[in-house]
Design a protein around this ligand. Sequence first.
Ligand SMILES: NC(=O)c1ccc[n+]([C@@H]2O[C@H](COP(=O)([O-])OP(=O)(O)OC[C@H]3O[C@@H](n4cnc5c(N)ncnc54)[C@H](O)[C@@H]3O)[C@@H](O)[C@H]2O)c1
Ligand SMILES: Nc1nc(=O)c(N)c(NC[C@H](O)[C@H](O)[C@H](O)COP(=O)(O)O)[nH]1
Length: 278
Amino acid sequence: MAPTTNDDAGPPPPKKARSENNSPANAADSSTTSSLEPSFGLPFITLTYATSLDSQLSLAPGTQTHLSGPLSKSLTHHLRTRHSGILIGVSTAVADDPGLNSRLAGTDLAKQPTPIVLDPTFRWNLRRNSRVLQTAREGKGKAPMVVVGSDAYKIGDPRIQWVVEAGGQVVVLDLDADDGKRWSWEYLLRSLKSYELDSIMIEGGGEVINSLLKEENQKYVGAMIVTVAPTYLGKGGVRVCPDRREDEEGKVVSAVSFSDVQWLPLGRDVVMAAKVDW
Ligand SMILES: NC(=O)c1ccc[n+]([C@@H]2O[C@H](COP(=O)([O-])OP(=O)(O)OC[C@H]3O[C@@H](n4cnc5c(N)ncnc54)[C@H](O)[C@@H]3O)[C@@H](O)[C@H]2O)c1
Ligand SMILES: Nc1nc(=O)c(N)c(NC[C@H](O)[C@H](O)[C@H](O)COP(=O)(O)O)[nH]1
């Protein structure tokens, strides 16, 4: 039976788009899930987001902007079912109050990814009725893992209880980078692997994506799936723009290069599936 969708997940991913081999779901799967072997013993990482033509994720920090059309959104929800975790930075959690589940109708709980929120200072304004907790209590998604720094964990914090009640956990990790303000991706991913998270879809936001696109972190990205929506958001939004990169002679070169690139039109959007060359 063809899958149907509920709420805002859009229609199911196309079974056949032009030819079986270049459907977005296949391109995405061949770039990601057919080769989901963890690299360096770390989880396989798919970096995925939706962008405007001026490389922005949202109109302004702290606000959510819907860029993907129904078909590309449906691809995102399909990809969620193919990963064991789905990761965002806390500013995205605050801005979006996200569900972080696959909303393709009929998705088994076993196929839902575990939401992971990076929150070193535990500043997430989580409430008992935040969407991700509500979604878990309703059995429509897994409960979240909130990753916090050791100084931020306070016994008796009601948010910990709400997360645990919903079936999730607050994981404390020492901040090992940026003068104790950040986790290095190596340490973070190794730690997540120890929770049996073998494949993680990283959805944003800007800070998370820009840091993974830094030269030294590109090796952790197994595949990229980027939806480009036909709009300019204008200056002042949350932007994806990695640091400049120079070669040995100091000449500026591309910050990120790709191989196995496929561009696939999906409704009004176009989706790029590719591997990062590092
Ligand atoms: N269009 C899209 O696909 C898309 C996807 C996700 C988010 N967004 C949008 O992006 C915006 C949020 O992006 P942003 O750049 O402001 O923030 P973000 O979501 O990237 O979160 C940044 C925060 O996450 C934590 N963090 C990230 N990396 C960390 C690390 N290595 N170690 C420790 N902590 C780490 C820090 O607290 C940091 O301040 C929102 O407007 C949201 O709606 C859009
Ligand atoms: N594919 C995609 N198209 C968009 O137009 C858009 N704004 C996002 N945004 C991603 C998003 O900001 C975070 O991944 C969420 O926070 C997840 O939220 P949901 O589970 O969907 O509620 N993603």
